[in-house]
Design a protein around this ligand. Structure first.
Ligand code: HEC
Length: 391
């Protein structure tokens, strides 16, 4: 008996498209009170229904769902809920909202509940997210991403109000959520103006995204903080050309160990990745490394957007020496400068002139200097989730 039901459950993966089969399976679940048998059939149904929407519940479902909600078996209860969500039943949505808001439920269960509800754009979930946004903890990233799905006028105010308390990752999520809708984007730019969101939190691709709105107020603010876009520095054609051959499939066929070699040769003087490299530029371990677009923007066009901390300064000393580097600290008497070679403290009385360059310390044209195979291997290495051995 059990065996035949197991076979039946497997068959559902293909067959549950048909209302008759769903009905038959619901009847089978209802006939038994053995949790193991119920689990088998429900797993099959759930797998068959994943990712589908607009599926009508079979007529038996309402009564069965009530029975299953009282099951002593946690997996049976969760499977029944997950199936109920696909059917869009009110009970399933209510239960999930309860879990999402329940401070006694595990964070993992609450996150799953939030993600299922947001995937359905469930209107009843928005107030729960609003409530959660002010609370630090493991649910906040899912909450921020979840808010992106609801077009509410006050979302920008909520995110910006809580922004200062976010972790670095949450800030990234929040900024990209805000950039996603024009009304929010305007408030994001206003927050930049008011220094509530630091300039450094705006990546080059984010600024490009904001420019895409072609909104005069947004552009005016970006001009002030990031400089005007000038036609001559347009690196988009070069990026487009590289993208033509640097496809995800081509990258996948590369060799990450050799890519590490390329990194050590060309990037590690300035960047740390995993456990090795210098810290002249930002550490790349936490960067958005699997995103080819992000990497290309930053590598091909480093001057599109320069974090204030990374602007190149040229210091001419009274004794005739010239130092070039980035300011790492400053007080009334001294200036701490990070040059490619060292960190050095300069007395201000020794300084003759000080010029801030609009150029990044990160050089342009690095990819043009490499054979395609090296670029491919480098990108594969950059996307690696962990350190790989050198070949
Ligand atoms: C001479 C130093 C230097 C070298 C060499 C260099 N970079 Fe950079 N890089 C920087 C600096 C400084 C920044 C900070 C961004 C800026 O220009 O404001 C940066 C920014 C980046 C960013 C954006 C990081 C962020 O958090 O926004 C990426 C990605 C990056 N570099 C990748 C590379 C790769 C890959 C290589 C090797 C092909 C490389 N860089 C070589 C100095 C360097």
């Amino acid at each position: 008996m059990k065996r035949s039901l197991f076979v039946l459950a497997l068959a559902t993966t293909a067959l549950a498209q048909s209302p008759n089969v769903l009905s038959l399976l619901a009847q089978q679940v209802g006939k038994t009170s053995d949790p193991a048998t119920q689990r088998n059939i429900l797993r099959g149904m759930n797998a068959a229904l994943q990712g589908r929407s607009g599926v009508a519940a079979p007529p038996e479902w309402d009564a069965l769902a009530k029975q299953l909600a009282a099951s002593p078996d946690a997996e049976v209860r969760e499977l029944a809920l997950s199936i109920g969500i696909v059917f869009g039943t009110k009970e399933a949505l209510d239960s999930l909202r309860t879990i999402a808001a329940d401070t006694k439920a595990t964070p993992a269960a609450r996150q799953r509940a939030i993600e299922s509800l947001v995937a359905r754009k469930d209107a009843g979930t928005a107030p729960i997210l609003r409530e959660l946004i002010g609370k630090a903890g493991p649910l906040r990233a899912a909450t921020i991403r979840g808010l992106a799905s609801y077009d509410a006028a006050d979302t920008a105010g909520l995110l910006l109000g809580a922004y200062a308390g976010f972790t670095a990752e949450e800030k990234r999520d929040a900024v990209s959520t805000l950039a996603a809708r024009p009304a929010w984007a305007k408030q994001l730019v206003a927050a930049l103006d008011a220094q509530r969101v630091p300039r450094a939190d705006f990546s080059a691709s984010l600024v490009r995204q904001l420019r895409g709105y072609k909104d005069a107020n947004i552009d005016a603010a970006l001009d002030i903080h990031f400089g005007k876009l000038s036609g001559t520095t347009d690196k988009q054609p070069e990026i487009a050309a590289v993208k033509k051959w640097l496809t995800p499939d081509f990258v996948k066929a590369g060799n990450a160990g050799k890519g590490r070699e390329v990194f050590v040769r060309t990037c590690a003087v300035c960047h740390k990745l995993f456990d090795a490299g210098n810290e002249i530029g930002p550490e790349l371990t936490g960067a958005n490394r699997t995103d080819i677009d992000y990497l290309l923007q930053n590598i091909v066009d480093p001057n599109a957007l320069i974090g204030a901390d990374y602007q190149l300064q040229t210091i001419e000393l009274k004794d005739g020496r010239i130092l070039a580097g980035m300011t790492r600290g400053e007080n009334a008497n001294t200036l701490t400068l990070r040059t490619l070679a060292e960190q050095t403290v300069v007395s201000k009385t020794d300084v003759k002139t000080r010029t801030v360059s609009p150029m990044s310390m990160m050089p342009e044209g690095q990819l043009l200097a490499l054979p395609k195979e090296d670029v491919r291997d480098l990108f594969l290495y950059l996307a690696s989730p962990q350190q790989v051995p050198l070949p």
